[in-house]
Design a protein around this ligand. Structure first.
Ligand code: IMP
Ligand code: MG
Length: 177
């Protein structure tokens, strides 16, 4: 089993890049069917979703726009509960179909924050896409319309996800031992 070490923690290969690419392709196909004609505003949530968003959007051959949001809530290997916003949405979401792109949905605190923010700014439709979803941890009623893969409550890194800022550039996904 392939392993890597980051700051004294050991991570083992969990989801390979082929399996990730397959999940991305499936999400793109479903979005394609339901979103063509809506000219959605895609909002990747930085930092974690930068690789997923880049791969997903290049598979989508529909008219769309892009705007980034930047938030953070994780400290080390768990959700801190507080959300810090460093790039916010603005009123360009008014009357639009807004599609948030997340790397992973864990407790759903972030999703709740994003939903309320887009509602407040007058989005006409709010949709969530995530590559990974931890169903055991999710605490919200907000629907996640597109999910690449459901995973157990493990801490993972790679393909955009980090541990203490490191590991985002790994092409595969690893889990903490
Ligand atoms: P939530 O607000 O608890 O749903 O957490 C969402 C955010 O926490 C994600 O967008 C990630 O940035 C981060 N996060 C959650 N789980 C993990 C993980 O297993 N590894 C790395 N980051 C994670
Ligand atoms: Mg994130």
């Amino acid at each position: 089993m392939k392993q890597i070490k980051i700051k004294e923690k050991t991570f083992s290969l969990y989801i390979g890049s082929d399996q990730i690419a397959n999940a991305v392709k499936n999400i793109a196909n479903s979005i394609h069917l339901s979103m063509s004609g809506k000219c959605p505003l895609f909002v990747p949530v930085l930092n974690g979703s930068f690789i997923f968003a880049a791969d997903l959007l290049r598979q989508l051959n529909i008219p769309c726009e892009l705007f980034f949001m930047k938030l953070s809530s994780y400290e080390g290997v768990r959700s801190s509960g507080n959300i810090n916003v460093s790039i916010d949405l603005d009123n360009r979401v008014k009357g639009r179909t807004v599609v948030f792109i997340e790397d992973i949905v864990d407790t759903g605190n972030t999703v709740k924050y994003l939903y309320d923010r887009a509602m407040f700014l007058g989005a006409s439709e709010i949709v969530f896409v995530t590559l990974l979803f931890k169903p055991e941890m999710y605490r919200q009623n907000i629907k996640i319309s597109y999910i690449g893969m459901e995973i157990a409550n493990d801490f993972i890194i790679g393909y955009g996800l980090d541990y203490d800022g490191l590991g985002r550039n790994l092409p595969d996904i690893y889990k903490l031992e």
